[in-house]
Design a protein around this ligand. Structure first.
Ligand SMILES: Cc1cc2nc3c(=O)[nH]c(=O)nc-3n(C[C@H](O)[C@H](O)[C@H](O)COP(=O)(O)OP(=O)(O)OC[C@H]3O[C@@H](n4cnc5c(N)ncnc54)[C@H](O)[C@@H]3O)c2cc1C
Length: 262
């Protein structure tokens, strides 16, 4: 049975409450992680099999709807290798994601997905901001398209931390001031930085999942290595964990074929 759909406003423990009322005096929360939760899924390896078999078996492919896909790993691998992508589309995974706006800007470039996001016009935005911790590499070297990121010095991390905390707190204070002065949420929010968190539901099928993972995870031995920003990669890592659990044979074929989206 599918788990109940969480309320995006209350699901994350970092989000204090769900009503659209004032949140003045609420402490500012800084996070260095993202939330990715699988809400609902209709996605299994057998879904690929019956969809693919209709081309040769016609209505007899109905017998494969709940078939054990282990015996058909070769077919899944063939579809992946030859880039016959459409059988992978007969699946659906819905995630609740709570991530900073700069991650959403990148995420929503992936058009083959469905999105519903909380509104900064209809509700007051919560004071939750992203700040990188010392595990995150912050020094960029190399050339565009293949940057390498290295750890910073203690002083550089301290500067990042202090600058972000101070400027986010100041921006949120000004946001509150404007709201209290009667200025509309859609105007007051213009002062807030892209590190503020936002929650949304994302629904993908296995084919669009593979496209996302091929671009948003850095895996050096993949056929087309990509160099995503670390924070969207954190979302991708969680997606991949969930997807691999749901569709282990398809996931294994994706990896074996160089992580190329079919
Ligand atoms: C490391 C990295 C750096 C990036 N840097 C930039 C940047 O500097 N600036 C920038 O603007 N973007 C940048 N992007 C975003 C990138 O260009 C894509 O928009 C994003 O990765 C979504 O990929 P997509 O179009 O394949 O995904 P989706 O939109 O989900 O599309 C999936 C697939 O559907 C097909 N498709 C979808 N829409 C169309 C269409 N209109 N016409 C034809 N085929 C379509 C394509 O085959 C596509 O691969 C970057 C991405 C990465 C991973």
């Amino acid at each position: 049975m599918s788990p109940a759909i969480p309320d995006p406003a209350t699901h994350d423990p970092a989000i204090p409450d769900k009503d659209a009322g004032a949140v003045e005096d609420q402490p500012i929360t800084f996070r260095s992680d993202v939330t990715v939760e699988l809400v609902r899924a209709s996605a299994q390896d057998a879904d690929v099999i019956f969809a693919a078999r209709v081309s040769t078996a016609g209505e007899q492919s109905l017998a494969d709807v709940n078939a054990d896909a282990t015996a058909s790993a070769g077919l899944i691998n063939f579809l992946m290798r030859e880039r016959h992508g459409s059988p992978f589309e007969h699946t659906s995974m819905t995630f609740f994601v709570h991530a900073p706006l700069f991650v959403w800007r990148e995420h929503m470039r992936h058009r083959i997905a469905s999105y519903n996001e909380e509104s900064g016009r209809y509700r007051e935005l919560r004071p939750i901001f992203y700040v990188p911790n010392a595990d995150r590499n912050v020094i960029q070297v190399g050339k565009a398209g293949a940057y390498e990121f290295l750890p910073g010095s203690p002083e550089q991390y301290a500067l990042i931390d202090a600058s972000m905390r101070e400027s986010c707190a100041d921006a949120y204070r000004r946001y509150q001031q404007m709201l209290q002065a009667g200025i509309a949420r859609e105007v007051a929010r213009m002062v807030l930085p892209v590190s503020i968190f936002s929650g949304a539901y994302v629904t993908l099928n296995a084919r669009s999942m593979m496209n996302f993972l091929s671009l948003r995870r850095r895996v050096p031995d993949s056929h087309f290595p990509s160099y995503p920003q670390r924070e969207i990669e954190m979302v991708a890592e969680r997606y991949e964990e969930e997807w691999a659990r749901l569709m282990p044979i398809t996931h294994a074929a994706f990896v074996a074929n160089g992580r190329v989206a079919p």
